[in-house]
Design a protein around this ligand. Sequence first.
Ligand SMILES: Nc1ncnc2c1ncn2[C@@H]1O[C@H](COP(=O)(O)OP(=O)(O)O)[C@@H](O)[C@H]1O
Ligand SMILES: [Mg+2]
Length: 231
Amino acid sequence: MSPPRLTFAGVVGGYGTAAVVREVSGQVAPGEVLCVLGRNGTGKTTLMKLLMGYLPCWQGSVQLDGTAIEALATPARHALGISYCPQERPVFDDLSVRDNLTLMRPDRDLAPFADYFARFPILARRLEQHAGTLSGGEKKLLSLTRGLAEGQPVILLDEPSEGVQWENILHMAALIEERKAAGTALIVVEQNLAFAERIADHYLVMDQGRTVLVGPRGEIDRARLLVHLQV
Ligand SMILES: Nc1ncnc2c1ncn2[C@@H]1O[C@H](COP(=O)(O)OP(=O)(O)O)[C@@H](O)[C@H]1O
Ligand SMILES: [Mg+2]
């Protein structure tokens, strides 16, 4: 087994003075998906923001390949190899689809996106339109494409399937499988259990900011998951 690529331990953080994430720990190895599950409002997005540096860790550690990164700002974490596709406002609405994809690519080359355009032809058709004209689900396709195609060793996806039709969710699963095969480590927050079951190697289930269940997919059956997901 490969050593973990991204490790977090005892992470605490939140907004103002209120802790939302309370001592959450986990890890993900190259070629694996850690799926973070839990009801709405339980702190999954807050955990992603703590891992990416959008919020400061009040306690705990975050390590990338054994190097402490919890004190680094977001751009430094990105530069070290972590990409992030946020749940809310996943794309730049005022930029074209093309500019959303090529913003970080000085050559402006679209060739790296050919596989993505084959699965999501809407993106190729709308290249020159403002991303703000896309539907919520289409923005998620654009965000995932941008995030996966960056080719970074670690990718954080916060509810990539939200508002996406099932056919395209299956394309997302296939693209994530390709990244896994290339050795990428992914942490994926999800509400869609059917999608999570397709891509996950490990689960981390949160409730009220704490870890309530963690382990390999094969050792956690659906009934145990549902206890923590149903309202
Ligand atoms: N910007 C914010 N300011 C204050 N509280 C917030 C903010 N964002 C989220 N929260 C609160 O933190 C808790 C967890 O939110 P969040 O991490 O978004 O949960 P999840 O992603 O699991 O739905 C919720 O109670 C939410 O109201
Ligand atoms: Mg969320």
